[in-house]
Design a protein around this ligand. Sequence first.
Ligand SMILES: Cc1cc2nc3c(=O)[nH]c(=O)nc-3n(C[C@H](O)[C@H](O)[C@H](O)COP(=O)(O)O)c2cc1C
Length: 146
Amino acid sequence: MPRILILYYSASGNTRKMAEAVAEGIRAVGGVEVDVKYYVNVEDLAGYDAIIVGAPTYNHNMPLEISMVFREASARNVDLKGKIGAAFGSYGWSGEAPNLVLEIMERKFEMQVIRPPLLVRYAPGPADLEKCKALGMEIANRALSK
Ligand SMILES: Cc1cc2nc3c(=O)[nH]c(=O)nc-3n(C[C@H](O)[C@H](O)[C@H](O)COP(=O)(O)O)c2cc1C
C-alpha cells in the first residue's frame, strides 16, 4: 500500500487546518496509508511514496522546523529521488514558503513535484478546505497509479 506523509508546521493553527483537510482527501480515496506529523525522523522519509509539506510563510521564508528537515535529510543523504512532492501553506501577504519547499524538493532531492502549491490567506474557509481535500485526493490517486 502506498504511504503518504503530511509534514507540517503551524504556529497559529491555519496550516494545521489545511493539513487535516488534505489528509481527509487522501483518506477519502482510500487504499493508501497516510501519516500526519509535526515532526519526522529524517531517516523515515525514505519509507514514503509521497511527501506533502505544509509550510506557513514567516519572514518571507519557510519555518526553521521545515528547513531543518531538508538540511538534515541532505546531510544524511536520504534518497528521495522520484518520490511525489507537494506543498501547501497559509500566509499573510507574500506567501513564499510553499514555493521554496517545492524548489528544494525538485532541485535538491529530484522529487516529482506537483505545481502550483496550494496557498491560503490566513484562516482557511470552507472553499479553501475543499481545495485542500482535492489536493489530497490528487496526491492519493497519483501515489496509487505509480
Ligand atoms: C512574525 C510573523 C511574520 C510573518 N511573516 C510573513 C511573511 O513574510 N509573509 C507572509 O505572507 N505572511 C507572513 N506572516 C503571516 C503568516 O504567514 C500567517 O499568519 C499564517 O496564517 C500563519 O500560519 P499558521 O497559523 O499555520 O502558523 C507572518 C506572521 C507573523 C506572526
